[in-house]
Design a protein around this ligand. Structure first.
Ligand code: SF4
Ligand code: SF4
Length: 426
């Protein structure tokens, strides 16, 4: 049940500030149509919804909004902005209000990850570069022991490499064997690539923290370093928010760069079309069904439906067109799963799972056994939703399926496969 608004203040600092900050920030233009709230999974959490939130700003209820925890439950997924007939940018309002919290009082999980990233010069888990190098060398050795990968090359800071690849630091730290499938794909495609050392972690919790100086520091350092290496393309791994942090950060902070910035799924599609990746769906003889999650940060917020189309092309090539089940609604009209915006580390677990209930029900309605998630946060959230709401699906990275379909998925690279596929092709 939503609370009735109590008008007990009349100032308009937030309304004026948002008007200054964003060109489409004239909050008074709101028609109160409710389109934003009706399609927002955060509606009702903490007795708040986007229309109410915006109306409170219009009515000058700054005091009530200034520390409202709902700003950490909203994932800034942009769905409300997308449907708003007046193009009112509620996610920007949320971002602004996050930035107004005293830094040390913002959610500890997000704050800690941002500080680790800045202080280590690596990633949000604070892993020293030497440890990352050791893990990479060790795993590359392990990978070379597998048939067909004897001459696999993995490097960090190799000058003149065509691609500079970012790496979410969760994998080397918590599930290192998940690094290998992507390396194998790059190897099979003949990609000339390197990791880079300056702020090598792809994630960016400083963006979620609404800490602009730290967000900028990370992207600026990465951009300068990659340009110095002479890489032509900065390619983002299967992670939505890290893609958006770079894509948006380069523009927001006006960071000069010579490289092109692309997402790895675009290359999966290109390499399959070019015949560089020998994928097929013959292995899926029993007709196992798959659906796919469109990461808000890469689809609605940046690349649009062309990314969603590439994603579908790759999944259908790998699992069989007849075995792909569309989740409704999809592509740019997709609902956020609830794992974005820092929600996984914000500490509001019950709210996050309640938020994700919409997505969970959409997944269950597909009847699919697997959800393909080319995004770390979507992956973690959708997997958690299965546990929280008794779902019977598995959540899988795209790199796992591509390698499975090419018959090159190693024994230790299957932690997200269910019993039906755990030993397939070994
Ligand atoms: S969709 Fe836009 S115009 Fe309609 S209530 Fe929401 S903010 Fe106002
Ligand atoms: S950005 Fe997403 S979660 Fe936030 S108010 Fe808009 S639709 Fe809701």
């Amino acid at each position: 049940m939503l609370d009735i608004l109590q008008l007990n203040k009349n100032n308009n600092g937030i309304r004026q500030k948002v008007k200054e900050l964003v060109p489409d920030g004239n909050l008074s233009a709101c028609l109160t149509c409710g389109a934003c709230s009706s399609g927002c999974p955060a509606t009702g959490l903490m007795s708040m919804d986007p229309r109410k939130f915006l109306r409170m700003a219009v009515l000058g209820m700054d005091t009530e909004l200034e520390r409202h925890p709902w700003v950490w439950a909203c994932t800034m997924c942009n769905r409300c902005y997308d449907v708003c007939p007046m193009k009112l940018n509620i996610p920007q309002l949320v971002f602004y209000l996050r930035s107004q919290w005293p830094r040390q009082e913002r959610p500890k999980g997000i704050l800690g990850s941002c500080d680790h990233h800045i202080n280590s010069g690596g990633g949000a888990m604070g892993v020293p570069l030497e440890d990352f190098k050791f893990t990479v060398d060790d795993l590359a050795e392990e990978c070379r022991e597998q048939e067909g990968f004897e001459d696999l090359e993995v490097s960090i800071d190799r000058e003149g490499a065509y691609f500079a690849l970012n790496q979410n630091s969760r994998e080397p730290v918590t599930e290192p064997d998940e690094l290998l499938p992507l390396w194998k794909i790059l190897h099979k495609a003949g990609a000339d690539w390197t990791y880079y050392s300056e702020y090598w972690g792809g994630e960016n919790y400083c963006m979620f923290l609404a800490d602009d100086p730290s967000w900028e520091k990370i992207i600026r350092a990465q951009a300068e370093h990659i340009d110095n290496l002479g890489c032509k393309v900065f390619v983002n791994t299967e992670c939505g928010h890290s893609f958006y942090a770079v894509w948006s950060g380069l523009q927001r902070f006006n960071i000069p760069h010579k490289f092109e910035f692309r997402h790895i799924v675009e290359y999966y599609a290109q390499w399959i079309r070019e015949g560089k990746l020998d994928v097929n769906s013959d292995w899926n003889k029993t007709g196992i069904k798959f659906t796919a999650q469109d990461p808000c940060n890469v689809v609605r917020k940046s690349l649009g439906d062309r990314f969603a189309d590439d994603l579908r092309f790759v999944v259908k090539q790998v699992v069989g067109e007849e075995n792909f089940v569309e989740m409704m609604p999809g592509k740019s009209n997709n609902y956020c799963c609830g794992g974005g915006g820092g929600a996984l580390q914000a500490g509001y677990t019950d709210e996050r799972r309640q938020y994700g209930k919409t997505k969970f029900e959409q997944i269950m309605a597909t009847g699919a056994t697997y959800v393909v998630t080319p995004c770390h946060n979507c992956h973690a959230q959708i997997e958690d939703l299965a546990h929280a709401h008794d779902g019977n699906y598995h959540t899988v990275h795209l790199w796992t399926l591509i390698c499975l379909s090419m018959g090159i998925l190693g024994e230790n690279e299957r932690i997200y496969l269910g019993p039906d596929l755990a030993e397939y092709g070994l």
